[in-house]
Design a protein around this ligand. Structure first.
Ligand code: GRF
Length: 223
């Protein structure tokens, strides 16, 4: 099964997926492309260092807008979608991906839509898209979720937080959860400690979710 991973930063969750390839945790899968919206994302290095190395690509939003006056963020998202779909993926994993994808991306990717290949042949994919989010469903949607959960704990508003992998749908972080894991916050522990424990759990659930979704997915059909 073909996986494309989208990253923006260190790529520790990408690394977890790489390490799980060809193990019982993630059998019969290959990562055919790692794409980043940031040239400096260390995750691109991780892909290149993998054995065998994994093809990488990046395209940053601001330079794209500057060199394509008149183009919009939606056009950028459509570009990203085309780069990704070329890989004929069964699964797209947003792992530490810090860019809200507009509907244009989903329209081009959305599992059952036909995608016209360069040679004009219409190829139909059942593409699944999942996203890792470092909070429990509906708790701290959007950015800085870890810090916001930690502050809520300090105020006594919550006892624990967690992380989840959910399907990507049009409203941010609101897709159906695939894997959810609670992570307690210890009284008096510094944010960094909680964050480290949470990241370790993320590395587990990203692999579990990828395996689960690939097992459920129908094999891709051609038109
Ligand atoms: C993770 O907490 C992820 O959930 C968030 O970015 C953090 C770093 O991810 N979106 P990675 O190390 O780049 O995979």
């Amino acid at each position: 099964r073909r996986i494309v991973v989208l990253i923006s930063g260190s790529g520790s969750n990408l690394q977890a997926l790489i390490d799980a390839l060809n193990t019982p945790a993630l059998p019969d899968a290959q990562i055919t492309l790692v794409f980043s919206n940031r040239k400096a994302a260390y995750g691109l290095q991780r892909a290149e260092n993998a054995n065998p190395s994994i093809p990488t690509a990046y395209k940053a939003l601001q330079p794209y807008l500057k060199s394509n006056p008149g183009k919009t963020r939606e056009d950028y998202d459509a570009e990203v979608a085309k780069i990704v779909v070329k890989e004929k993926p069964d699964l797209i994993v947003l792992a530490g991906w810090m860019h809200i994808l507009s509907e244009r991306f989903l329209e081009l990717i959305d599992g059952r839509k036909a995608v016209v290949e360069d040679d004009g042949v219409e190829v139909r994919h059942n593409i699944q898209v999942i996203n890792l989010h470092p909070a429990l469903p509906g708790a701290f949607d959007g950015a800085h979720a870890i810090e916001r959960a930690y502050e809520a704990f300090q105020k006594g508003d919550i006892q624990q937080s967690g992380c989840m992998v959910h399907r990507v749908v049009k409203d941010v972080d609101a897709g159906e959860p695939v894997v959810v894991r609670e992570v307690p916050i210890e009284k008096g522990e510094p944010l960094e400690e909680f964050e480290q424990r949470l990241h370790k759990v993320e590395h587990q659930i990203i692999v579990e979710a990828a395996a689960k979704v690939l097992n459920e997915a129908k094999p891709a059909q051609t038109a």
